[in-house]
Ligand binder design. Structure first.
Ligand SMILES: [Zn+2]
Length: 606
C-alpha cells in the first residue's frame, strides 16, 4: 500500500478490542456460492445486497466470519460493522442465529441441506479497501462481503455471481465462469484478493510483457485518450523492468482500478493481479502517479507472492503483525522508483532526488528501529514514526544494494536477493521467507559478507544509517539544509471553485486560527492560494520568519472571513544527492549498475 494523505481513522478507537474472538469451529460446508446485487436500486441506497449459499451435511452449527482487515492495508477495519438485515434461511424458513464476536455469526441449521445467508452491506466508505457506491457504480473488495466458515481453513473453491443492470459492466481479476457476470476462485485468498468494479466506468486494455494489462477507471470520463495513452506508456516502460528482476510476470492479466473524486483516501492498495488507486480529480494529470502505479505494481511480486513468513497464510480475523514490512513496503518503494528509471521514464536525477527524499524523511523522524516501525503499523503510532518503514526501508534497500555491489565488483545486487528469495520460498514451496533466509540471501549475494552487525545496528537497532559512507561507494554524496518553515496542519482538495480544507489536525495552526473543514482558502499573508502548489510558495515566502501571526482569508458559505493564523515553524531537511565528480571507476560502475539493473547477469528461472 502507499498512503498519500494522512487520514484520521476513527476506526482506530475500535482497535482496543477485547480478545473475545470465538475459537469455535464451523460444521463443514460445501458448494459455496456468493451472489452480489449491485443494481441501480441497491447502489441508490448505497447498499450492496449479499447472499451466500452452501450445503451443510448435518444440523451442527455453522459459524461464519467476515474479515477484520484487508491484506496490504495493515489496520483493523472490522468489515462486519457495515452489515445489516442478517438473515439465514433454509428452504425459505428462517434459521436461528446469534453473534459470537464482532465479526462472527453462529447459525443453527434444522437438518442437513442447503442454507442461504443474506445481508445488506453499507457501501459508502471512502477507503480503497472498503466498498463504495455512486448512483451508477459500485466498488467492493472480497474481504468486505465474503463470509468464511470459521476454523475450516481457506482452501476451498467458490463461485461468485453479480446481479446488475444489463447495460452495466463488471471488471475483476477473478476467473470467468459460464454465464454472464459469473466468476470462480480456487480458494478464499484469491476470492478476497480480486476487487470488483460494477457499473458505468471506462475499460481499456493493451499487451505489455506478454500479458493483458487493463485500465478500469471511474468516472468513465476520467480516462481521456490522452491519459490512457500516457498511462499505458508509463506501464510499458516500468513493467518490463519489474519482470526483469524476478524473471517472470506471475499473473495472467492485470487491472489498474482507479477512482478519482474531490474527496479520496489518496493512494493505492495492491492485489495479486490488480491495484486499486484513489486520486484527487485535481491530480489526474500529476506526474507522481507514475511512481504510485510503479510502487503498487512491484507489489505483485513483493508481498503478494514473495512475503514474510509471518504473513503466510493470511489470517483475516485479527491483526497479523510482522517486523518485516520494511522489506514488503520500503524495498517496494525503492524498486518502484528504480523501475521508472530503469525503464527510461525518469532520469537519474529523479532517482537521486528520491534517495534524498528518503534520507530527509528518516532524518525528520524520531530514531526508531525499522523492525519496530514495521510492527507498529497496526497501531498507527503518534510519535512521528508512523509509516517510517516506507522511507527507512527504502533507504536500507538502497544501502544493501550498494554494499552488495561493492562486495562483488558490481556482479551481484539486491536484484539477486529478490529473485533468489522469490524462487526459493514462493515459487518452489509456496511459503514465506524467514528473517534468517533474508539475511542469508543478502550475505550470499555479497560474496559471503556478514550482515549481522548491519542488522543489529540499523534494522533492529536505532543507530543513524551509514548514509554518507555507502553513498561514497556509489560515487554519490548527500547535502542537506535544515529549513524552518510554517505549517498549517490541514489536508485540502482543489476543484473548480477553489481550494478547500478537507481535514484539520486538532493541534495545527489552522485549527488554532478557527478555520473549519469546508473553508475555501483565499490567501495567507501576502500569498494568494489557488492550488496545492501555492503552499510551496507560502512556505518558502515565510521560511524562518520572525512574525508571530498572519492574516488567513477564507470564504465560508457566502462570507469572507479574515482569521489570525499563529505562525508555527517546523523543521524540514532540504536534501540533495548528486554524483561526485572524479569518483573511482568502481564507484561509477556501481552507480550506473543501480540505474540499469542486473538482469543481464542473472540466471534464468529454474
Ligand atoms: Zn505499498
Amino acid at each position: 500500500m502507499i498512503r498519500l494523505i494522512v487520514f484520521l481513522l476513527l476506526i482506530l478507537t475500535l482497535a482496543n478490542h477485547a480478545r473475545a474472538q470465538s475459537t469455535r469451529i464451523s460444521a463443514p460446508i460445501s458448494d459455496i456460492r456468493y451472489e452480489i446485487t449491485a443494481d441501480s436500486a441497491a447502489v441508490g441506497r448505497r447498499q450492496l445486497g449479499v447472499s451466500m449459499s452452501f450445503h451443510v451435511g448435518s444440523a451442527a452449527p455453522v459459524i461464519l466470519s467476515l474479515p477484520a482487515w484487508s491484506p496490504g492495508h495493515y489496520t483493523l477495519l472490522w468489515f462486519a460493522r457495515r452489515v445489516s438485515d442478517f438473515s439465514p434461511t433454509s428452504n425459505g424458513t428462517a434459521l436461528a442465529w446469534r453473534k459470537l464476536d464482532f465479526q462472527t455469526w453462529e447459525i443453527q441449521p434444522r437438518s442437513a441441506g442447503n442454507v442461504r445467508v443474506s445481508f445488506q452491506y453499507l457501501a459508502d466508505a471512502v477507503d480503497r479497501a472498503v466498498a463504495w457506491t455512486a448512483p451508477n457504480f459500485a466498488f467492493f473488495n472480497g474481504t468486505n462481503l465474503f463470509l468464511y466458515p470459521a476454523g475450516r481453513g481457506f482452501n476451498w473453491p467458490a463461485h461468485v455471481s453479480v446481479r446488475t443492470e444489463p447495460s452495466w459492466k463488471v471488471a475483476t481479476g477473478m476467473d470467468p465462469a459460464a454465464g454472464a457476470n459469473n466468476f470462480t476462485a480456487r480458494n478464499y485468498h484469491d476470492l478476497t484478493d480480486m476487487p470488483f468494479y460494477v457499473g458505468r466506468f471506462a475499460l481499456d486494455s493493451t499487451r505489455i510483457a506478454d500479458r493483458w494489462i487493463r485500465l478500469a477507471w471511474y468516472p468513465a470520463a476520467s480516462l481521456t485518450p490522452a491519459r490512457r495513452d500516457r498511462t499505458f506508456g508509463w506501464l510499458r516502460k516500468f513493467i518490463p523492468s519489474d519482470v526483469a528482476v524476478f524473471g517472470e510476470a506471475p499473473f495472467r492479466n492485470y487491472t489498474l482500478f482507479q477512482r478519482s473524486d474531490t474527496v479520496v483516501n489518496g493512494g493505492g492498495l495492491e492485489h495479486q493481479a490488480s491495484q486499486v488507486d484513489e486520486v484527487l480529480t485535481s491530480q489526474l494529470d500529476a506526474d507522481y502517479l507514475a511512481g504510485l502505479y510503479s510502487h503498487e505494481f512491484f507489489h505483485a511480486w513483493n508481498v503478494k507472492r514473495l512475503r514474510p513468513a509471518d504473513l503466510v497464510p493470511y489470517r483475516y480475523d485479527d491483526a497479523q503483525p510482522t517486523t518485516w514490512l520494511w522489506v514488503s513496503e520500503g524495498v517496494t518503494d525503492y524498486y518502484g522508483a528504480l523501475a521508472t528509471v530503469r525503464g527510461g521514464l525518469n532520469d537519474s536525477t529523479r532517482f537521486f532526488d528520491f534517495i534524498a527524499g528518503e534520507i530527509a524523511s528518516v532524518a525528520g523522524s524520531p530514531p526508531t528501529a525499522v523492525s519496530d516501525a514495521s510492527l507498529n503499523s497496526w497501531i498507527n503510532p503518534t510519535d512521528g514514526s508512523s509509516g517510517l518503514y516506507y522511507p527507512k526501508g527504502g533507504l536500507i534497500g538502497f544501502l544493501l544494494d550498494v554494499i552488495i555491489r561493492d562486495a562483488t565488483d558490481n556482479r551481484t545486487s539486491l536484484d539477486h536477493v529478490m529473485r533468489r528469495l522469490y524462487v526459493s520460498t514462493y515459487k518452489q514451496h509456496g511459503r514465506g521467507f524467514t528473517g534468517s533466509e533474508w539475511w542469508n540471501e543478502v550475505s550470499r549475494a555479497a560474496n559471503g559478507k556478514s550482515f549481522a552487525d548491519f542488522a543489529r545496528r540499523y534494522v533492529d537497532g536505532r543507530e543513524p544509517l551509514p548514509v554518507d559512507s555507502v553513498l561514497q561507494l556509489a560515487g554519490l554524496r548527500f547535502h542537506g539544509d535544515t529549513i524552518r518553515e510554517p505549517r498549517l496542519g490541514i489536508s485540502t482538495s482543489t476543484d473548480s471553485t477553489g481550494l478547500r480544507i478537507t481535514q484539520l489536525g486538532s493541534t495545527g495552526a489552522a485549527a488554532a486560527a478557527g478555520a473549519r473543514a469546508g473553508d475555501q482558502i483565499v490567501s495567507i499573508g501576502d500569498v494568494t492560494i489557488t492550488n496545492d502548489d501555492s503552499f510551496d510558495a507560502f512556505r518558502s515566502h515565510y521560511a524562518g520568519t520572525r512574525l508571530t501571526t498572519l492574516p488567513l482569508v477564507v470564504r465560508r458559505g457566502t462570507e469572507t472571513l479574515t482569521l489570525q493564523l499563529p505562525i508555527r515553524l517546523s523543521t524540514r531537511v532540504n536534501a540533495t544527492v548528486e554524483p561526485v565528480p572524479n569518483a573511482s571507476a568502481k564507484a561509477v560502475a556501481i552507480r550506473h549498475g543501480l540505474l540499469i539493473g542486473s538482469p543481464q547477469v542473472m540466471a534464468p528461472l529454474p
